[in-house]
Design a binder for this molecule. Structure first.
Ligand code: SF4
Length: 215
């Protein structure tokens, strides 16, 4: 998916024994309780605390997963099994580290230099339900969300691999879609591992009802 996976560091605090909220509920996680966050973003921090993401790891200040300095979130679990995958350890759904959305949000709030977050993996849309509330907060803060997916934009929009996928897609600014295809691998393309992958402006694509590439 993403061409470079370096310096992956696991989150330091690891809650256990919880599961992501159901997609229908996650889509309703509208911030309702004022919380004095550094950015002034209002959110119910207790609610974020109940949402669990299964992570391979995070990078606090990535400069290779989209423009600017980004908080990169590598989810655990991917069923695509692309030959030449740069992150095979993130493919199994078993394992990973259970981290709350609140912990991830605190990392975002702690770094004033961030341009945004990047969801990668692994396949982040396998855990779309657990990532919706976080991306809503990121948008409210005025930061951007990039996401890498082995699924195509059209598939995500149609509810593959789950019904939460199109909901999460709404909160993604730029989607890098498609499998990593080793024979199409090139180092010439910015932020893509293989030339089949597209950089998609999601808001423009949703408005136009066709794929609009980001540039
Ligand atoms: S989509 Fe392909 S390259 Fe990306 S993590 Fe999954 S198997 Fe690896």
């Amino acid at each position: 998916m993403t061409p470079t996976v370096e310096l992956v560091r696991a989150s330091e605090s690891v809650p256990t024994g919880e599961h992501p909220v159901e997609p229908a509920r996650a889509g309703e996680l509208v911030p309702t309780v004022e919380h004095a966050g550094k950015s002034g973003v209002s959110l119910d921090i207790d609610l974020l605390d109940t949402i669990i993401v299964n992570l391979y790891g995070t990078v606090d200040d990535s400069i290779v997963d989209g423009p600017g300095i980004r908080f990169a979130i590598f989810t655990q679990g991917c069923r695509h099994a692309c030959p030449g995958c740069h992150n095979p350890a993130a493919q199994p759904f078993a394992g990973g580290k259970q981290v709350s959305a609140a912990e991830l949000w605190e990392k975002v709030e702690a770094n004033p230099l961030l341009a945004g977050i990047t969801l990668t993996g692994g396949e982040p849309f396998e855990q779309a339900d657990a990532l919706i509330a976080l991306t809503r907060c990121v948008r409210e803060k005025g930061l951007s969300t990039w996401a890498y997916s082995g699924y195509l934009y059209e598939e995500l929009l149609a509810g593959v691999p789950n019904s939460a996928a199109p909901v999460l897609l709404k909160y993604v600014d730029v989607l890098v879609d498609g499998l990593f295809i080793e024979s199409l691998r090139t180092l010439d393309l910015l932020w893509r591992g293989s030339s089949n992958q597209r950089l998609i402006d999601v808001a423009a694509s949703l408005a136009a009802q066709r794929v609009i590439e980001w540039n």
